[in-house]
Design a protein around this ligand. Structure first.
Ligand code: AMP
Length: 190
């Protein structure tokens, strides 16, 4: 199996790149943000709970998120691996994912960070907010809070994965095609 974590700040292009990579490498793409939004749209209990955090730009609590992610993995063991997009976002989530994959006798092959300048990312998010309908993309305060959450809770994961020896940083600035090429170069060399 190839199991990849696509990592990066909000707006870094994780979702856009995942769409291409999942097809090229026959991976199940799991975006926790997308699964939460699906639940919000369908007005499930999970959706109502998630919405109260997401609308403010806060992270949804670990237990809820990890339970949901693990269920999604369990139900999708039919491809050549997983592309995790937006999970893990905290140290506790990273540990939970490692423990779960190890129980399944597999592991993360690579963690790839898409790196880009904050100013450009915030502009990208505000642009996306005009058409995405996402309340968390439309308000600069909420966006700022998502960055604070990232810096405080998610950025420490870089050290965690560097220690594991599976961390790769990719320049996330440029055209979509250029970034895809950089990502495939990393994955093809794994
Ligand atoms: P995204 O679509 O990845 O930008 O996620 C949108 C929002 O969903 C985030 O701002 C969080 O509120 C929530 N979310 C998505 N993934 C996670 C996660 N792994 N842990 C906690 N909250 C998450």
């Amino acid at each position: 199996m190839i199991n990849i974590v696509l990592f990066g700040k909000p707006g870094a292009g994780k979702g856009t790149q995942a769409e291409f990579l999942k097809t090229k490498y026959n991976l199940t793409h799991l975006s926790t943000g997308d699964i939460f939004r699906f639940n919000i749209k369908n007005e499930t209990d999970l959706g109502k709970l998630a919405k109260s955090y997401m609308d403010k730009g806060d992270l949804v609590p670990d237990e809820v998120t990890t339970k949901m992610l693990i269920e999604a993995v369990e139900n999708n063991f039919d491809k050549d691996g997983f592309l995790f997009d937006g999970y893990p976002r905290t140290l506790s989530q990273s540990e939970a994912l490692d423990a779960f994959l190890s129980k399944k006798e597999t592991r993360l092959t690579a963690t790839i960070a898409l790196e880009a300048d904050d100013k450009i990312l915030i502009q990208r998010l505000l642009e996306r907010g005009k058409t995405s309908g996402r309340p968390d993309d439309q308000d600069e305060e909420k966006i700022k809070n998502r960055y604070d959450e990232y810096n405080e809770k998610t950025a420490p994961l870089i050290e965690y994965y560097k220690k594991q020896g599976n961390f790769h940083a990719v320049n996330g600035m440029g055209s979509i095609e250029e970034i895809t090429q950089r990502l495939t170069k990393v994955i093809d060399n794994l």
